[in-house]
Design a protein around this ligand. Structure first.
Ligand code: ADP
Ligand code: ADP
Length: 208
């Protein structure tokens, strides 16, 4: 299974990805997680990506494309993968297409999680992460258990200002990739405006 998750920041991509990678036994490739790891390790890529990420902008295509192509070439991806947060621009979608064609494989599904803009800021500013496990929580919608509550952290770019910048980028740069996948016949849409478990159920339904 080769799958893409697409949706605005805070749509619940990371939350839903956890169930999907378990179900399909595929590798979870989150470009946001990979870039944050590069920043905290202080690699050359991390140094270049840091300022874009803090401001809620997009990291330049050439850097992200090279990172993803290297990652999907790793042995664990032969059984399939879930791309979470990539592609985010038309050039990224086209580069991925070329790479998959070269490898003689195709995407099975592009799952779009739709959430209205007015819900996004509350989801993003309330997001918290367990730094040890990467588990995703929300101060209101999914509070961490007591033994975890003391150690959760907030992402540097989960401020209202950076969130609004990311949302704008989503509409101008990322939404235009959706017709590209609709034309390929791989696009499936899910309404993400419900509790996480209900969204999971809807995803199961559209995936069949
Ligand atoms: P969110 O969970 O809010 O959707 P991510 O964790 O996916 O955010 O990404 C965090 C940041 O990393 C983005 O705002 C952007 O700066 C950078 N990033 C992640 N994926 C990409 C990508 N495919 N292209 C460009 N920048 C990216
Ligand atoms: P994305 O990866 O698309 O940016 P996340 O999965 O990180 O989104 O979710 C963003 C925030 O919203 C997190 O705090 C998460 O706990 C919360 N969240 C995820 N799905 C839902 C949902 N269906 N309803 C309410 N809150 C949600």
């Amino acid at each position: 299974m080769r799958m893409i998750l697409v949706g605005p920041p805070g749509a619940g991509k990371g939350t839903q990805a956890v169930h999907l990678v378990e179900r399909f036994k595929i590798s979870h490739i989150s470009t946001g997680d990979m870039l944050r790891a590069a920043v905290s390790e202080g690699t050359e890529l991390g140094k270049q990506a840091d300022s874009y990420m803090k401001a809620g902008g997009l990291v330049p295509d050439d850097l992200v494309i090279a990172m993803v192509i290297e990652r999907i070439g790793k042995p664990d991806c032969t059984k399939g993968f879930m791309l979470d947060g990539f592609p985010r621009t038309r050039p990224q979608a086209e580069a991925l297409d070329v790479e998959l064609q070269k490898a003689g494989v195709a995407l099975d599904v592009v799952l779009q999680i739709e959430v209205p803009d007015d819900l996004i800021v509350a989801r993003i500013t309330g997001r918290r992460l367990d730094p040890d496990t990467g588990d995703i929580y929300h101060i209101k919608f999914k509070p961490p258990p007591k033994d975890i509550a003391g150690q959760v952290i907030q992402r540097k770019d989960d401020t209202e200002e950076a969130c609004r910048a990311r949302l704008e980028k989503y509409h101008s740069e990322t939404a235009p990739i959706i017709p590209f996948y609709a034309a390929q016949g791989t696009l499936k849409r899910v309404d993400g405006n419900a509790a996480p478990d209900e969204v999971s159920r809807r995803i199961e339904q559209v995936l069949g």
